[in-house]
Design a protein around this ligand. Structure first.
Ligand code: HEC
Length: 200
């Protein structure tokens, strides 16, 4: 009987300590997305993420051909869907990419480039739970092919040319404000009427 009471007391005290620690964590961290995960947490999270990739996918290499057309299509797709967080150059240095927890990584670096094709594909299709990385799968063969094309494009990020970056700049979604400013600047440069432009 005494042992049962002692065990229950032990469990209760452990729970109370954990609850107190959780409250201290909430207060001190403020649950802010601005902080950076520590190196231990980051490497544990990456290991868990790799472990969650289905083993038969982990070693698959890209089944889609890497042609100039495929890269051009993926460039447009990336500029439209991914650049808001990852940046056209893949650096992750965008207001959204730097404001999430964890932050969008610089995908030109070894940590990303060292992931297998299958793991990159899985991340793009399924997203990463507890992070801002969305899953993009559509469940269609065309959708899967588009994700494999993006894998080719991610491999190409470290070698982007100035031309490609400029092309992406024209494809990245812009707010009505930005479009208006561009039109006004264009009119000004052409010596045209500098009157305000309305964009809805
Ligand atoms: C809303 C922001 C957001 C968008 C949009 C987004 N991502 Fe991400 N992505 C993230 C974040 C944050 C991470 C880091 C996740 C982590 O730490 O596990 C990430 C991680 C990744 C990774 C893994 C890189 C690594 O080394 O951990 C790949 C690959 C990736 N994204 C590709 C894409 C592609 C391709 C698209 C567009 C189809 C895209 N992302 C759109 C936020 C975003």
């Amino acid at each position: 009987m005494n042992r049962i009471v002692a065990t229950l007391l032990g469990v209760f005290l452990t729970l109370a300590v954990l609850a107190a620690l959780a409250l201290v964590y909430l207060r001190t961290s403020g649950l802010t997305a601005r902080a950076e995960p520590g190196p231990l947490e980051a490497s544990l999270a990456r290991a868990a993420r790799s472990f969650a990739v289905p083993p038969d996918l982990l070693d698959v290499s890209n089944p889609e051909p890497r042609t100039p057309e495929v890269l051009a299509e993926a460039l447009g797709h990336y500029a439209d869907h991914c650049a808001v967080c990852h940046g056209n150059d893949g650096s992750g240095k965008t207001p959204v990419g730097q404001g999430t927890w964890p932050k969008a990584p610089d995908m030109r670096f070894a940590a990303t480039q060292g992931l297998s094709d299958g793991e990159l594909f899985h991340i793009i299709e399924q997203g990463v739970r507890f992070t801002a990385m969305p899953g993009w799968s559509t469940g269609t063969p065309e959708g899967a092919a588009a994700s494999w094309h993006l894998v080719h494009f991610i491999r190409h990020l470290p070698n982007l040319t100035q031309d490609e970056l400029e092309r992406m700049g024209t494809l990245t979604p812009r707010s009505p404000d930005e479009i208006r400013q561009e039109i006004e600047a264009e009119q000004f440069l052409q010596g045209g009427d500098p009157s305000p432009v309305h964009v809805h």
